[in-house]
Design a protein around this ligand. Structure first.
Ligand SMILES: [Cu+2]
Length: 444
């Protein structure tokens, strides 16, 4: 069985001239890297890895976005016990749907993902797309991450329990990397059409992105195809992915950039596309849509089970009385227990499910954010259709596994509960997950 080893390693995350950074990383045949080694397979293919834990802490691997068999979901301790140091766990599953995914630690993840335990998982298109008329001729995987480093480029390690950060936007880094490097430069030919598979693996950072001068068009969200559409700004919450087609510029300029807004409205260059060679003949303006999945059942809204997810807490709104550990508490006692957020009046209530759904039933869920911070809500084992979002047009019908819900916004989703087992529902701002925004539901 192929090996996936989790172990300490080091990486040159900061620009040249700075020291390398001690990290925790995944490795297959070679030394551990960030991001972890790319896992690439075809839809419906079986994936097998023996996780070897050479970390000083227990760990587990979650295969984000894969509609996976429950026992292989890696959501410790709900679906498996965390794997102790020196021990192993055999992952063996089928990835049914094409698209751009990722894998990451799902135990003590605020710390373990922040230390580097994340990598890309690519499930190839069901029918040929690359090279077809109107499609791209090649693809690039861009794994975006956010690191909190000190002046010696070491990960700041004494703030895993930072409740101030957790009650705001989470643990924000100060160094954004793309494929583990500060500002990589990638070659592109003028007029060349390239598919970018962009993955936000940051623990907490929402990434507004822009690709000026490159005629960027969105073709998939969280692995699921969308009708190709032009994008100006692309906002990727933690764990979200987008596939974007770009056309190399043909105006004689040698450079274009992927830009990120770090939160102050000033766009920063995080990847360079360096143009060289002759102009390629135009591919035309139309972009070929990706092949449909053909694997996701359509929700039946006529007989749906209604559920709600109410998000409360955080700085500037605070917590009302909230259940935690079987007890109802005020905000001081909650904070003393590391809790500053709640789902439906409970903080990290893991002793019983948030709801149960019969196998095959459509669940329709209204998710309301009553806090002043955005949240990236992720459902395990399922992808859901966005039915509506307050204050935003133009996303109805998108299929996702993680949805960003802004302050005081409400999003309504629906999905067919067709995957038996116990599945986590949590905020993918991992600082929020740890401090109250975590629950689970059961499909049986
Ligand atoms: Cu959140």
């Amino acid at each position: 069985m192929p090996i996936l080893r989790a172990a300490p390693a080091s990486a040159q995350l900061a620009p040249a001239g700075y020291p390398s950074t001690p990290i925790w990383a995944y490795a297959t045949a070679t030394a551990g890297t960030v991001p972890g080694p790319e896992i690439r397979l075809s839809a419906g293919q079986r994936v097998r890895f023996q996780l070897i834990n050479d970390l000083p802490q227990p760990t587990a691997v979650h295969w984000h976005g894969i509609r996976i068999e429950n026992a292989m979901d890696g959501a410790a301790p709900l679906t498996q016990a965390p794997v102790p140091p020196g021990d192993t766990f055999d992952y063996d599953f089928v990835a049914p749907d094409p698209g751009t995914y990722w894998y990451h630690s799902h135990n003590r993840s605020t710390e373990q993902v922040a230390r580097g335990l994340a990598g890309p998982l690519i499930v190839e298109d069901r029918e040929p797309w690359l090279g077809e008329p109107g499609a791209a001729t090649r693809e690039l995987v861009l794994v975006l991450d956010d690191w909190l480093l000190d002046s010696d480029a070491r990960i700041i390690e004494d703030r895993w329990e930072d409740l101030h950060a957790a009650s705001h936007g989470g643990r924000m880094g100060n160094t954004v990397t793309v494929n583990g490097a500060a500002y990589p430069e990638l070659d592109i030919q003028p007029g060349e059409r390239v598919r970018l598979r962009i993955i936000n693996t940051a623990t907490d950072r929402i990434m507004p992105l822009s690709l000026p001068h490159l005629s960027a068009r969105l073709i998939a969200l969280d692995g699921h195809p969308v009708t190709p559409r032009e994008i100006d700004t692309l906002i990727l919450g933690p764990a979200q992915r987008a596939d974007v087609v770009i056309d190399g510029r043909v105006d004689g300029e040698a450079r274009a950039n992927l830009l990120l807004d770090p939160g102050n409205g000033e766009w920063v260059e995080i990847t360079g596309f360096i143009h060289s060679g002759d102009n390629l003949p135009s591919t035309g303006t139309d972009v070929r849509p990706l092949p449909a999945w053909g694997t996701l059942p359509a929700p039946d809204l006529s007989e749906s089970q209604r559920e709600t997810l109410l998000m409360e807490g955080g700085a500037m709104r605070g917590m009302l009385e909230t259940r935690f550990g079987g007890e109802t508490m005020g905000f001081r006692k909650l904070a003393a227990n590391g809790m500053v957020w709640a789902f439906n009046g409970a903080a990290n209530e893991m002793d019983k499910p948030m709801f149960r759904a019969a196998l095959g039933r459509t669940v329709q869920m209204e998710m309301s954010n009553r806090s002043v911070f955005p949240h990236a809500i992720h459902l395990h084992g399922h992808h859901f259709t966005i039915l509506s979002k307050s204050g935003a047009a133009n996303i109805e019908g998108d299929v996702r596994d993680t949805v960003l819900i802004g302050a005081d916004e409400t999003v309504e989703i629906a999905f067919v509960a067709d995957n038996p087992g116990v599945w986590m529902i949590h905020c993918h701002m991992l600082s929020h997950q740890k401090s109250g925004m975590m629950a689970w539901f059961e499909v049986a």
